[in-house]
Design a protein around this ligand. Structure first.
Ligand code: NAD
Length: 323
């Protein structure tokens, strides 16, 4: 029987692209998009859409029962930069939403969960280069704390209640369809929008800040791969390290300049610099490669090429420019 899927937080940067991908795989009627508001009309108008509050157990359960959902992708969260401004809201949203779906699975209303973790689970005491799967984890942001605690709970629910929960530690995700929602790696999306619209970019991180990054297509591929992997292949039930590339603002600017020679960048680090400084610069994802055959397709050059092609098409048909 075909899977019936609910995506919570489907209007966001990753949820929106995941919705389209899962609909192409499982059929439009089998993938229900939901969010707390109608913030992304492309998603709202593209198929079945419901308002669901991830913090409200009953709100999710009603939707699960209405559509006979067996699999939930929980993409709602407050991200790193916004989380530092609203610590308790970040804690409440990120933890309550996770407990809600874990408890729905424990009570057998759903069978399978995808929940994203992040490189933010690591902290200043973690080895920064090629950060291993198992290492020191002392996150210094609220967001990182919620993700690390979330990982522990996922493993706990799997071990003690046999909940089939699967998770990836996404690096910074770069995409052209939907803007990012308040993370520390958002600069690597904004920079392409400025470049393609002929503007200079003032970066909120310093020029040599290396961070792990990934093009959206690879993030979606990894998500589908881990969710379709044989259950015995998914040996880690906290969350898997995941890697594609690592670059600095200076390096991404240089890759853009190969296409747009007069593109200008300046640097004015703000509070997000200290968040970035607490994270790894590169990630060792050997375990994901070994357990469920993970491999990435996009490096920096291939991603820059694709971002500039897609954004130039997008701006040619729209008059919206991000400020
Ligand atoms: P986003 O901020 O773009 O989207 C989150 C969505 O959740 C938004 O559409 C928002 O309206 C919705 N939402 C907020 N509160 C809600 C609630 N109470 N109920 C229902 N929906 C609610 O985030 P994203 O970048 O798409 O991230 C998705 C997941 O991936 C998150 O768990 C995030 O921590 C993780 N992640 C993202 C990145 C990245 O670079 N984007 C990196 C690492 C991990």
């Amino acid at each position: 029987m075909n899977s019936k899927i609910l995506i919570i937080g489907a209007c966001g940067q990753i949820g929106s692209e995941l919705t389209f991908k899962l609909r192409s795989l499982y059929g439009d009627d089998n993938v229900i998009a939901s969010d707390i508001s109608y913030s992304n009309l492309d998603i709202v108008n593209s198929g079945i859409f419901e308002i669901v509050d991830a913090q409200d157990y009953a709100s999710i359960k009603v939707c699960v029962e209405k559509y006979n959902i067996d699999t939930v992708y929980l993409m709602a969260a407050m991200l790193s930069a916004t989380g530092e401004k609203y610590p308790m809201k970040a804690w409440n949203l990120n933890m309550t939403s996770l407990f809600n779906v874990l408890n729905l699975a424990r009570a057998k209303f759903i069978e399978k969960i995808f929940w994203p973790s992040s490189i933010a689970v690591f902290g200043p005491t973690t080895p920064r280069e090629d950060t291993p799967q198992y290492t020191v984890m002392e996150p210094s942001t609220v967001y990182g704390i919620t993700k690390q605690v979330g990982e522990r709970w996922c493993e706990y629910y799997h071990k003690n209640y046999d909940v089939d929960v699967r998770s990836l530690r996404y690096p910074g995700i770069i995409s052209w369809k939907t803007l990012p929602g308040g993370g520390t790696t958002d600069y690597a999306v904004e920079i392409y929008h400025k470049a393609i619209t002929g503007k200079a970019y003032e970066c909120f991180l310093s020029e040599n800040t290396a961070l792990p990054m990934m093009f959206m297509d690879d993030a979606i591929k990894a998500t589908v791969d881990i969710m379709t992997a044989d259950t015995n292949a998914v040996k880690i039930r906290s969350s898997y390290n995941l890697s594609a590339m690592s670059f600095t603002p200076k390096e991404v600017a240089a890759s853009i300049k190969k296409h747009i020679a007069d593109f200008e960048i300046s640097y004015n680090p703000d509070f997000r610099q200290s968040i970035a400084d607490s994270w790894p610069s590169s990630i060792d994802d050997a375990q994901a490669r070994e357990d469920w055959d993970w491999s990435s397709d996009f490096n920096l050059e291939a991603m820059t090429n694709e971002m500039l092609i897609q954004l130039s098409k997008k701006y040619a048909t729209s008059n919206k420019i991000i400020e």
